[in-house]
Design a protein. Sequence first.
Length: 131
Amino acid sequence: RIPKSHMSRKNKINTMGKIFQGKSTYSSDQIATFENGKIYSGKSTYSSDQVGTMDGNKIYSGKSTYSSDQVGTIDGNKVYKGKSTYSSDQVATIEGGKVYRGKSTYSSDQIATVEGGGATAAAAAAYLLLL
C-alpha cells in the first residue's frame, strides 16, 4: 500500500518524480514523469501527454478513474494486471526505488529506476503496465 502521508483527501497521490529506463538515471533515459497521481510520457507534465492515473492502489489508463479502465492494482510492493491480486497476475515488484519484472528482484530483471520515493516507484510500475 502507498503511505497515507502521500495521499490527499480524495485518495490521489501527492508526490512527484521521474521514471527512467532500466538502471539509468540519465536525463536522456527518462521515460515518464509522475506528479500528483498522474503519469505522463517522457519529461512532460502536459495534460495531452498523460498516459495513466493512480487513485489509491488502482492504476487506470489515461485520465480515467472508471472501473472499466483499471489496468492494474498495487498491493504492497507488488503490481498486478487488472483488478487481480493473484500471484499468477503479478507483473512487477517494487523495491528500493527500482522496478523489477514479475516476481524477481534480480539485477538482471530491473526494468526501471525512479527518483522521488515509493509512490513514484509504484507509478513507474504503472507506466510500464500501460505500455
